[in-house]
Write a protein that binds this ligand. Sequence first.
Ligand code: NDP
Length: 292
Amino acid sequence: MSADIIDGRSFAAALRAKVAAGVARLQAEHGITPGLAVVLVGEDPASQVYVRNKGIQTREAGMASFEHKLPAETSEADLLALIERLNADPAVHGILVQLPLPAHMDADAVINTIDPAKDVDGFHISNAGLLATGQKAMVPCTPLGCLMLLRDRLGDLAGRNAVVVGRSNIVGKPMAQLLLGDSCTVTIAHSRTKDLAGLCRGADILAAAVGRPRMIRGDWIRPGATVIDVGINRIEEGGKTRLVGDVDFEGAAQVAGAITPVPGGVGPMTIACLLANTLTACCRANGWPEPE
Ligand code: NDP
């Protein structure tokens, strides 16, 4: 194996410590505790785990955590009414509605009801538009975490060829916008892309957000490239369940310059960035300087 392993776990721990210090400062200087409200509708097991972890890490950072668990049959109108109450609540600086929502709900309508200033997931169309036009936005947590890891590893990203595989609104598109904002030359690939392997071979930075276990093979990687594997795929192997990424780690690690492992790469960055966004939202709401 030649690639350096990008340790998202320790980077995320350092970021969480920085956020906790920022929270303590706000409490000491202003008597304000940033608050994050997380809304979960239904009983999706993966979502329950995510929501529990978000609550634990929010409290560990010294913030207030408000959890709203609603039954799967909740009406959209009732969910929207809850969001409106959270929008108006001065103790709540960030609001996150855990996706996916039950099929009878219009996820876009729900997300776009969140006050954009409290939209710590960065999924509201106002935040997507602000990001796309290079203005100050709430940036989606997973791609923000990827960007932090890339800057830490590579420094200035300007001029690098970046290929983002996946074009979802929550990962692929904002990832591409962030890389463009850092002056990469960005290509977005998706399920209709021709010669994906050839495209990937031209990438100095390869970000995979597909949801297909080990789809990206070692011989698709340019020697020395930096590989960011966003994928989280649960597979059965040798009678056991394990998590793997969208990249064939063993193969890619022979060729890449650096790679994020799964687990322990991008995953831990997502909640750390959520906490960072909540602190930022609290500072913006009060007109205080934002944390760096
Ligand atoms: P989506 O399913 O919304 O999007 C997947 C994207 O991959 C689509 O744009 C799709 O193309 C593209 N795609 C699918 N098959 C292929 C293919 N054969 N070749 C090229 N492109 C393909 O997924 P998400 O963006 O929500 O998530 C992607 C992965 O990241 C998942 O594994 C998810 O679990 C993980 N994830 C991890 C997070 C973390 O915290 N680390 C957070 C969020 C997601 P098309 O648009 O044409 O259908």
